[in-house]
Design a protein around this ligand. Structure first.
Ligand code: M6R
Length: 612
């Protein structure tokens, strides 16, 4: 949520900042801005995408080898030019970009107004730059010290980068609960919300920790202190990311590219962890804490959005195969109630970005209560990955489309391996069934490839739905979370209202909605409840609903009743979600495209939700 990028070095900053902002645009795209230091502080800001900013700044003075940039996802104040970042201090000396929320900004603003500060925007961020200015000028302090003192008065979350016109040889950055990465080049530094703008310049990075303040200097030196002024010895990481991963690679949209990457990303997730020939599964994070996890009284899964849907599938998997009780919680609810979590529990957080504020907070709460906390994360080095006791990366590579696709199947792949491993260790499934499941699991990437071949047919079916105002998704058992996920994908990128429901619950309410205008997408591959699902479809047809059914290859019954069918290869029932979700991803993609929606950057959304 909000993207920050900054540069200090020998090169012209503006083109680097713009390229970086375009890479970070998936984090927020309500407005964008840059501040460049070249004797003066030149600030350019514009409502809309980064390209609007580029057009706006055409012909203006943009030289300077130090600059900061921002792409915004609005929290306080409308998405317009005035509220766009960077924000500048009253004396014009400081410019600041911020990701996060200053919760006590109203109180601070009142106090600063009394001191004569005048504000031009509705943002919490402008208050922060004025507070730093006030402290700096009052005692004539160096910028980093003024920032340090200011941050001790702030309640909330922040990643900030600040430039000072009177000190053109340094940038100061700080973070708390919002990410910030420092890229170390040859006599140059890059600062950014994630590594994507940095990777083409350097592979050496430092992930700033909470309540740390970094000063990076043109001379190539840097230092990091805590907000309590303790000097830190940072660890320099080597980035393992290729630039091609950040490009569309011939596809029109990142979402389509990411959907098609799934055979590979699922394989990558299993590589070195599952060997069907030798009959084993090994997840490093799980092995490290094997006793505590296999003997846990309960597993609690905390996540948001699509990751929460992956968690629901894990509940089915782990209870079904490993016979361990599982509860799945919206992280935002878990953190604000008074949950019973004990040292005998294992709390698993699932998050693509590893930065979701609610998921992070839920984990912190679980940690305080003594539970073992385990992270299932995509972004390497992210906050969740760093605070957990143990964890596993899903290795899906950067996911740029705001709608999560390959990260979801990565999460489900990982959780499926976890369930299998736990089941094997706890002896809750026979060795022969374990082996049978391992064999089938290694066939999944090929089967996903097969599902992707239905793309043309799915595009054709999308025509039928594209002008409908609503859609209903139904599924049972392992496919119920897929119904939820299908509905979420449709609403977030095509703005069609959609609901996911357990198929059998339809008769308890949603059936009242069904008429010839209501498309009903039914995931009907379950072997265990096949006849029941077929009856649910009959009930929809009896009320003239339009039925699109996802069925198993060779299905002869449901294909006679449904208006359209999309086939997926047969598989073991616990693995069905990995296949049945693919047609639903493609369906939403085509519908959104037909409705002229921005598939990769849907309105009001951001990829990484770092505010509550
Ligand atoms: O990064 P996370 O997995 O923690 O993000 C959670 C949700 O914000 C995310 O899944 C969101 O629902 C996606 N836009 C869904 O496509």
């Amino acid at each position: 949520m909000c993207g920050i990028v900054a540069y200090i070095g020998e090169k012209e900053a503006y083109p680097l900042l713009i390229k970086g902002l375009k890479r970070l645009e998936y984090r927020g795209y309500d407005s964008a801005g840059v501040a460049l230091l070249n004797g003066d502080v030149n600030v350019y800001k514009k409502k809309g995408k980064v390209q609007e900013l580029v057009n706006h700044a055409q012909g203006a003075k943009k030289n300077g080898t130090l600059g900061i940039g921002h792409t915004r996802w609005a929290t306080h104040g409308a998405p317009d030019d005035l509220n766009a970042h960077p924000h500048v201090s009253g004396d014009g000396r400081l410019a600041l970009v911020h990701n996060g929320i200053i919760e006590n900004y109203a109180l601070l603003k009142k106090a600063l107004e009394k001191e004569g500060h005048v504000f031009h925007s509705e943002t919490d961020t402008e208050v922060l730059v004025h507070l730093i200015e006030e402290i700096q000028n009052r005692d004539n302090l160096p910028l980093e010290e003024a920032i340090r003192i200011a941050l001790t008065r702030v309640v909330g979350a922040y990643a900030i980068v600040v430039l000072d016109k009177n000190d053109p040889n340094k940038l100061v950055a700080a973070r708390k609960a919002s990410p910030l990465v420092i890229g170390i080049g040859e006599n140059e530094f890059f600062l950014a919300s994630d590594a994507t703008p940095i990777i083409e310049h350097t592979k050496k990075v430092i992930y700033l920790n909470d309540e740390e303040i970094a000063v990076v200097r043109r001379s190539g030196s840097y230092d990091i202190r805590t907000i309590n002024n303790e000097v830190q010895a940072p660890f320099i990481h080597e980035l393992d990311m290729k630039i091609e991963m950040l490009e569309k690679g011939g596809y029109d949209y990142f979402m389509l590219k990411e959907i098609h990457e799934q055979p590979t990303t699922i394989s990558d997730c299993m590589r070195g962890r599952l060997n069907a020939d030798e009959g084993w599964i090994m997840l490093g994070g799980l092995e490290e804490h094997v006793n505590r996890i296999t003997k846990a009284k309960r597993i609690i899964i905390a996540a948001c959005g699509t990751s929460w849907h992956a968690g629901l599938i894990a509940e089915y998997l782990i209870e079904d195969l490993a016979r361990l009780p599982v509860e799945v919680e919206y992280a935002s609810e878990l953190r604000y109630r008074n949950p019973i979590i004990t040292e005998d529990d294992v709390v698993i957080a699932i998050s693509q970005s590893g930065e979701t504020a609610d998921t992070l907070a839920a984990l912190e709460l679980a940690k305080e209560k003594g539970a073992l906390i385990y992270g299932i994360v995509n972004v390497v080095g992210s906050s969740i990955a760093r605070i957990t006791d143990a964890g596993s990366y899903i290795h899906a590579g950067p996911e740029i489309g705001v709608a999560s696709t390959k990260a979801f199947t990565g999460q489900v792949t990982l959780l499926t391996m976890m369930a299998l491993s736990l089941a094997h260790k706890r002896g809750t499934i026979s060795t022969s069934y374990f082996q049978q499941l391992l064999n089938e699991m290694s066939n999944i990437p090929k089967k996903v490839e097969k599902v992707l071949e239905s793309n043309k047919k799915i595009e054709y079916i999308a025509q039928e739905i594209k002008d409908k105002p609503n859609a209903l998704y139904l599924g049972r058992g392992y496919n119920f979370p897929i119904a939820l996920e299908g509905a979420l994908k449709l609403k977030e990128i095509s703005y069609i209202h959609a609901e996911g429901y357990p198929a059998a619950e339809m008769k308890h309410g949603p059936i009242a909605l069904i008429d010839e205008e209501m498309p009903v997408i039914v995931i009907a591959t379950n072997k265990s409840a096949y006849d029941k699902i077929a009856s649910n479809i009959q009930e929809v047809k009896a009320r003239k609903g339009l039925v699109i059914a996802v069925v198993t290859e060779g299905d002869e019954v449901i294909s006679q009743i449904a208006d359209y069918t999309i086939e997926i290869p047969d598989t073991e029932e616990p693995f069905t979600p990995l296949l049945s979700v693919i047609p639903l991803q493609l369906l939403s993609y085509h519908i959104a495209l037909m409705r002229d929606c921005n598939v990769d950057q849907p309105r009001n959304l951001a990829k990484s939700v770092t505010v509550e």
